[in-house]
Structure formats: structure tokens, C-alpha cells
Write a protein that binds this ligand. Structure first.
Ligand SMILES: [Zn+2]
Length: 248
């Protein structure tokens, strides 16, 4: 899931603010699956969902790339099935800069949330006083939902989410030798607990839960937990290998 998808003939490519952007076809497909419930209101609402998702994820990734640029390194954006990637040579930057780059994605999302909120309060009542524009009102709701919950979700200390990247920087800053394993271990435990709790919520819907799909979160966080565990074991193997070589 960390890997950039290979270019396809159906990729959409352009530049904005000097930043190359590529959209893989799986982005549209996955977006439509995620918003398929809206088909009850009409297929245009599924398209509206995908459009809102596109704007929200693009703004989030632009936040990362702008902060990366402020730290002296350009980057580019890829949108694909599981969301977006902002890619740059940011491992050359200082630790606090890498934390700032990771945080800038959710921060850009929260800034967009603020703007949409302002629009809803200040301008929407004047533009549509008689509630004649259901699509516009639905788009506002979708944007508020996506930019609030997806950016909060992204701040969870789970790999490879932004919060997981921030946790890795903090852990390796405190403990250079074991920090990476520690952060992957924590990521495994936290993702595992979220998957288990989402499973319990499915059986007992009266339990507190954010307005997100628990079934989707079971799959997502179980995958992320598994990935963290695999990475942790790979790091452990690497360490044993090097310790053995040191002993010689
Ligand atoms: Zn991000």
C-alpha cells in the first residue's frame, strides 16, 4: 500500500503550482465504490461524492508538497485506490521538518474544512434561501464529513498514515536504535485494537463510534496491522543480521 502504482495509459496528468499530479484510474473506481450508497439519490450523487473526494484528497496532498517545498525539496502527487501519496526526497530534511511535512496534509484538510464551514454559515443561506439546490447542499455535507473525519483518521499513530509517520519520527528521535521497531509495534497494536473494536461495534451498534463504516475500518485496520507486523519483523531480521556481523 505504500508503493506508488505503476503508470497506466488511463492516467490523468497535469501540473498545478508547478507540482506534477497523476491520477491512477483505480482512484475513480475506488471512489465510486466508497460512495456507492448515494446511488439511491441518483448516479449524479455518486459522481458528486467522487468529485468531493478528489478535491479533499488533492488539497490534503498539496499541503504535504507545499510544506516539503518550504523545507527546500520539491515533490509530486499520485492519487490512487487507497487515497493519495505525496512523494519527495524529504528524508534529506531535518526531523522537525519531516514532522511538519506529515502534519501539513491534515492541516490543509482542516483549513478546507474551515472554508467550507464558513461557506455553509455565511454564503449558502443567501445563495440558496429556499433549499432549491440539494446537490450543492449535499456537496457541502460531503466535504465537511471527508475533511473532518478522514484527516482525523489520518492523524492516528498507525503506519503508513500521517500520524504513523509523525510517531516514527518521535520514536526514532528518542531512541535511535529501537525507535523504528517501537513505532511499528505501537502501530500494530493500535491498528489491531481499532479493527477489533470496529468488529465489536458491528455486533453492538449502540456503542460509541464516529460516523464511519465499521466494516470498512475492520478491513482497513486489519490490513494496516498486518503490514505493521510484517515491517516490524523485517526490521528485526535486519537488526539481528547486523548485530551478528558486528560480533564478528
Ligand atoms: Zn497525508
Amino acid at each position: 500500500m505504500l508503493l506508488e502504482p505503476t503508470p497506466s495509459p488511463f492516467d490523468l496528468r497535469w501540473r498545478m503550482f508547478g507540482i506534477p499530479v497523476r491520477v491512477h484510474p483505480t482512484f475513480w473506481l475506488f471512489g465510486a465504490i466508497l460512495g456507492w450508497n448515494y446511488v439511491q439519490l441518483g448516479f449524479t450523487y455518486v459522481l458528486l461524492w467522487v468529485a468531493c473526494m478528489f478535491v479533499s484528497i488533492l488539497v490534503h496532498e498539496l499541503g504535504h508538497v507545499f510544506m516539503g517545498r518550504a523545507c527546500g525539496h520539491e515533490g509530486y502527487i499520485v492519487l490512487y485506490s487507497f487515497g493519495g501519496l505525496a512523494i519527495g526526497n524529504w528524508h534529506h530534511t531535518q526531523r522537525w521538518q519531516r514532522i511538519a511535512i506529515s502534519f501539513a496534509g491534515p492541516a490543509a484538510g482542516f483549513a478546507l474544512l474551515g472554508l467550507v464551514f464558513l461557506f455553509q454559515r455565511q454564503f449558502l443561506p443567501q445563495i440558496d434561501p429556499d433549499f432549491n439546490m440539494p446537490m450543492l447542499r449535499r456537496a457541502v455535507m460531503m466535504l465537511i464529513f471527508m475533511n473532518l473525519f478522514w484527516n482525523l483518521l489520518n492523524l492516528l499513530p498507525v503506519f503508513p498514515l500521517d500520524g504513523g509517520q509523525i510517531m516514527r519520527e518521535i520514536c526514532t528521535g528518542i531512541a535511535p536504535r529501537s525507535g523504528l521497531r517501537l513505532s511499528l509495534g505501537l502501530s500494530f497494536v493500535i491498528a489491531g485494537l481499532i479493527a477489533v473494536y470496529s468488529g465489536i461495534v458491528r455486533a453492538k451498534p449502540e456503542l460509541p463510534y464516529p460516523p464511519l463504516d465499521p466494516t470498512f475500518n475492520i478491513i482497513l485496520f486489519a490490513l494496516l496491522a498486518f503490514e505493521s507486523l510484517q515491517l516490524m519483523m523485517a526490521v528485526e531480521r535486519e537488526r539481528r543480521h547486523w548485530d551478528w556481523n558486528d560480533d564478528r
